[in-house]
Design a protein around this ligand. Structure first.
Ligand code: UGA
Length: 435
């Protein structure tokens, strides 16, 4: 099928490359000239596992092209909107970009084409888009909602092997077109109205975020009653009604999706006079949880003024270069506020912005630990799990490590002479082994 994708962020670019690999003729467009120039020569504006290879392969096969606006594919049978929906100050999604694209598509798409939203949009947006198009005299265009469920870091795998396909449609013909577009993917299909599809997306992210905040609260109680949250999560997760995923206690969720979508759903509920109390708490718990390392450092050092702290990991999770809503930024901000000095390690992120200033990020973990009084593991990059802690200790002024993701073995750290703490385990701070 001739497919147009508007927006070349994680969602648009991955979706475009994957649909091309399924045999469709795809044109991805973006108004950012720099991005398009890079993509046309096979270079990626984002870091995503396997994406460079997939895009280059599809470019070479002639199934994927790039352009600056919808006029690059006037013959499109389907156009997917994958532009940003950044949060407004009240938490609501800003739909300005989405409607600017709709306006453009209303002028360029051929009769009877389908417009689909891939961006996460408030419930009722597809209906609003239909009304807008009717107002433009384009009632012939069909509007659908096809939420995406891809994770950064495994975006291609998630797109080509989805857990489910959700098609929100307003008529039967659109459902058939969407089935054609997704031909070759093996997954259960949910065909529903557009509002339901839009809600499935928000409810899914809100539920996963709830699991994370839930286990983080359990972790905080575990510490106080001498229980072990990792074993609690394991014991809970063996029950298939609960499931083991998204039960890793840590510094909470970050990224461009969970923080934005949870706040947006609270706001969507508020608009229909419903107080989504549970989700409001999930958001508040997450905000509090990310500052846990600062409390621990304060407990240990007393004042943080003049203390040098290395944050190990800057991205919101491993496998991505995305720093949006990363706990690292909040931790750094709080430390700087208390007069500490902060230095950063990350294998991918080049710089990080904190309090309006840009900080350099070292790609050499041992160098990043030079002179540090404490290290906080913020992102569980695989390279951090293989660190030589004896060697690291020689670089540090004081051997204090806080593992914010519960991935380090306390015994290894203790044996290497560290004072060590993590989240949700017996004894809030492990003392070093006598040397
Ligand atoms: C998330 C969803 O998982 C995708 O299904 C969805 O499509 C996407 O949002 C979106 O709406 O676009 P993503 O933001 O890439 O994907 O990241 P996740 O892998 O889900 O992780 C989110 C955050 O939760 C990370 O900060 C991670 O560290 C944290 N997390 C995850 C935990 O703290 N504990 C866990 O057990 C799992």
């Amino acid at each position: 099928m001739k497919t147009l994708i508007i927006g070349t962020g994680y969602v648009g670019l991955v979706t475009g490359a994957c649909f091309a690999s399924l045999g469709h003729q795809v044109v991805c467009v973006d108004k950012d000239v720099r991005k398009i120039e890079m993509l046309q020569t096979g270079r990626m504006p984002i870091y995503e596992l396997g994406l460079t290879e997939l895009v280059q392969e599809q470019l070479a096969a002639g199934r994927l092209r790039f352009g600056l606006d919808a006029s690059a594919c006037p013959e499109a049978e389907i156009a997917l909107i994958a532009v940003g929906t950044p949060p407004l100050p009240n938490g609501e999604a800003n739909l300005a970009h989405v409607f600017a694209v709709v306006e453009q598509l209303g002028q360029t798409l051929p009769t009877g084409a389908v417009i689909g939203t891939k961006s996460t949009v408030p419930v009722g947006t597809a209906v609003r888009i239909s009304e807008h198009l009717k107002g433009m005299g384009r009632g012939d265009l069909k509007v659908v909602s096809i939420p995406e469920f891809l994770r950064e870091g495994s975006a291609i795998e998630d797109t080509l092997h989805p857990y489910r396909l959700v098609f929100g449609v307003q008529d039967g013909e659109s459902a058939t077109i969407l089935e054609r577009l997704h031909e070759g993917l093996q997954a259960p299909m949910v065909v529903c109205d557009t509002q339901t599809a839009e809600m499935i997306k928000y409810a899914s992210n809100a539920f996963l975020a709830t699991k994370i905040s839930f286990i983080n609260e359990i972790a905080n109680i575990c510490e106080r009653v001498d229980a072990d949250v990792s074993q609690v999560a394991h014991g809970m997760g063996l029950d298939p009604r609960i499931g083991s995923s998204f039960l890793k206690a840590g510094l909470g969720y970050g990224g461009s999706c969970f923080p934005k979508d949870t706040r947006a759903l609270v706001s969507i509920a508020g608009h229909v006079d419903y107080d989504f109390e549970l989700l409001r708490s999930v958001v508040a718990v997450n905000q509090r949880q990310r500052l846990e390392p600062v409390h621990r450092l304060r407990e240990w050092f007393g004042s943080l003024a003049g203390i040098k702290v290395t944050l190990l990991g800057v991205t919101f999770k491993p496998g991505t270069d995305d720093i949006r809503e990363s706990p690292a930024v909040d931790v750094a901000e709080a430390l700087l506020d208390e007069g500490a000095q902060v230095q950063f390690y990350d294998p991918v992120a080049p710089v990080v912005g904190v309090q309006g200033a840009e900080f350099g990020v070292s790609h050499d973990v041992y160098e990043s630990l030079l002179g540090a009084d404490a290290a906080v593991l913020v992102t569980e990059w695989p390279e951090l799990l293989e660190l030589d802690w004896q060697r690291a200790r020689l670089r540090m002024k004081q051997p204090f490590v806080f593992d914010g993701r519960n991935v380090l073995d306390p015994l290894v750290l203790q044996n290497a002479g560290y004072t060590f703490a993590n989240i949700g385990h017996k004894s809030r701070t492990f003392a070093p082994m006598p040397m």
